[in-house]
Design a binder for this molecule. Sequence first.
Ligand SMILES: Nc1ncnc2c1ncn2[C@@H]1O[C@H](COP(=O)(O)OP(=O)(O)OP(=O)(O)O)[C@@H](O)[C@H]1O
Length: 312
Amino acid sequence: MAMVELRDVRKVYDDGFEALRGVDLDIEQGEILALLGPNGAGKTTLISTICGLVMPGGGSLTVGGHDVVHDYRAARQLIGLVPQEVSLEPFEKVINTVRLSRGLFGKPKDDALIEDILRRLSLWDKRNSPVRALSGGMKRRVLIAKALSHEPEVLFLDEPTAGVDVELRRDMWEIVADLKARGVTIILTTHYIEEAEAIADRIGVINRGEILLVEEKASLMKRLGRKELRIELSEPVDTVPAALADRELRLEDDGRVLVYDYDTAAERTGLARLMSELSDAGLQVRDVDTRKSTLEDIFVDLVAQQEEEDAA
Ligand SMILES: Nc1ncnc2c1ncn2[C@@H]1O[C@H](COP(=O)(O)OP(=O)(O)OP(=O)(O)O)[C@@H](O)[C@H]1O
């Protein structure tokens, strides 16, 4: 059984807005899943539903085998949530606010554990500062410390690096990697494709309340390993010359550009031979250019495809 299991999860808000439209998702123990999606895609709704903060309108959700609705307390014990918005007690000392979070889960006092968490998050030196005296980045770390205080097995991070500087973003990625090494299952939402690329084991794309794709990052990256060679001809042609028919070239730009797709990881890309075949066919090359598909292209294609399907 997966650590987190969602089956046909639906959510319609009171105003009739359909925020989740039948989500199926399995998240395995110890993995990092990045949920990527544009504003309003349903990422926060999805996380909040798994964490029991938003009631699902249908379907089933379990965490560690516990039903999130019917066995809420047991499921919630396993979950740490780092919310998108900073919501902290401003006058409380850092260490107390983290201790308090642990207490709220009914866990016994454990100063050694709290010290370990604060040290890992580089907050130990600030432990006696009131929260309001911390920088925005430090406050985010306190949110993580609070979420870890009751030793959750599954950690949800809702846009952990929205609006933070590059340095803090990299720190966050390290913190996430360290948690994974400790066996924590991590689900994070993000707008940043490079963030998903940097830290996720699997990447899910969500738009308009639907999961459009969930795939191992490695296999996604393989698909991204394809490159396009764009060959600009001195004179436009009407058709691809017969001698080049086997090459599966595409003609674009009113016959001015020949496009050749190839795999950058392949032993032989066939580029050198292609160039000599072009010259044998009497085609003069004016310029060449290459283009690599990115996760962003895949993402944009998926979203556009869904919009077409919705419109149909
Ligand atoms: N309480 C609510 N009542 C009505 N509609 C809501 C409510 N909460 C969220 N929505 C709507 O549901 C949709 C999904 O919102 P959600 O916050 O889950 O998206 P998101 O993917 O997290 O977006 P963002 O990246 O902007 O945080 C949005 O259109 C939002 O306006």
